[in-house]
Design a protein around this ligand. Structure first.
Ligand SMILES: Nc1nc2c(ncn2[C@@H]2O[C@H](COP(=O)(O)OP(=O)(O)O)[C@@H](O)[C@H]2O)c(=O)[nH]1
Ligand SMILES: [Mg+2]
Length: 312
């Protein structure tokens, strides 16, 4: 059976199987990704990020339903770097997304961290490529607001949506977490809750100030309100996503982003592969001895790195 051919046809079993191979960093995954790569580049990748509980999963769900109303195929990747596979958040997402189940135009995958955060970002980016090749025109990637992970999502996405909710001191949090820089679209969800206006005002102040100093043709992130739980404001979010895509295409930013992404991914994989090769040559024991010596202040880390490279 040709796994790649089945994936290209959107076969769900094949998709699930290949994603598992990717998560296990199986050699077969790399071969399949190589064969799929010429078929990628069609999808718009949307990162959805923000603090836990702000309503990201609910918004993703509502957006997916909205898009299915327009017959647009949607892939959803829920990344949770904090909770284990049995975690409540992922379980909740599964229950919430049940109403999308049975629709062959929707594919939902939850990914929990098994190894390092870097490994998770790598695997996620590969899974997005698989969904892209399989014909999902829109791929939504949800990540919990945990600092580094947002930046990595933004790097892998064409459009980053930052979801806030009132009453969490989010204005301040957003600034702290560096979310302001990566947001292409702001959403204040739970607009039915008190404090939504204050959250909106705070965001307007910050975005307005940034916009004033920017270039004339620069994208100014729109600030939208939603009640995702009731589907209110979701079509406006979709319109903003489409507008951002058009902005990227018109300004040549789309191609520029692709290049930046290629560079980041290539460096990431080379770093990983070269380190692995070096460690194989050096041997785990020798490597551990170097670590001990550095920790014991017998040698500094730069000298150790130089000597290791000279010796191996
Ligand atoms: N009042 C209100 N509650 C919402 C809204 N959207 C989501 N919620 C609730 O907020 C909680 C967290 O939502 P969830 O989507 O899991 O947040 P996430 O952690 O950001 O993915 C859930 O209990 C949702 O039902 C909304 O627009 N209004
Ligand atoms: Mg969630």
């Amino acid at each position: 059976v040709d796994l790649v051919a089945e994936v290209l046809e959107g076969d769900r079993r094949a998709l699930a199987k290949l994603i598992s191979l990717i998560e296990d960093d199986h050699p077969e995954a790399r071969a399949a990704l190589a064969a799929l790569y010429p078929h990628t580049g069609q999808a718009q990748i949307i990162g959805i990020t923000g603090p836990p509980g702000s309503g990201k999963s609910t918004l993703v769900n509502a957006l997916a339903k909205h898009l299915r109303g327009q017959s647009i195929p949607v892939g959803i990747v829920a990344v949770d770097p904090t909770s284990p596979l049995t975690g409540g958040a992922l379980l909740g997402d599964r229950v919430r997304m049940r109403d999308l189940a049975g629709d062959s135009g929707v594919f939902i995958r939850s990914m929990a961290s098994r190894g390092s955060l870097g490994g998770l970002a790598r695997a996620t980016s590969d899974v997005v490529k698989v969904l892209d090749a399989a014909g999902f025109a829109l791929v939504l990637v949800e990540t919990v607001g945990a600092g580094q992970s947002e930046v990595e999502v933004a790097q892998a996405a064409h459009t980053t949506v930052v979801v806030e909710a009132p009453g969490m001191g989010d204005e301040v949090q957003a600034l702290k977490a560096g979310l302001m820089e990566i947001a292409d679209i702001f959403v204040v969800n739970k607009a039915d809750r008190p404090g939504a206006d204050a959250a909106l005002r705070a965001l307007h102040m910050v975005v307005g100030r940034d916009g004033a100093s920017g270039e004339a043709c620069a994208w100014r992130p729109p600030i939208l309100q939603t009640v995702a739980a009731r589907g209110v404001g979701v079509s406006e979010v979709w319109e903003a996503i489409v507008a951002h895509r058009e902005h990227l295409r018109a300004g040549g930013h789309w191609v520029e982003q692709e290049r930046e992404r290629a560079m980041a991914e290539l460096c990431d994989i080379l770093r990983r592969d070269l380190l692995r090769q070096l460690l194989t040559r050096l041997g785990e024991d020798t490597f551990q001895r170097w670590v001990e010596r550095i920790a014991a202040r017998e040698v500094d880390v730069y000298t150790a790195a130089r000597l290791i490279q000279e010796e191996s």
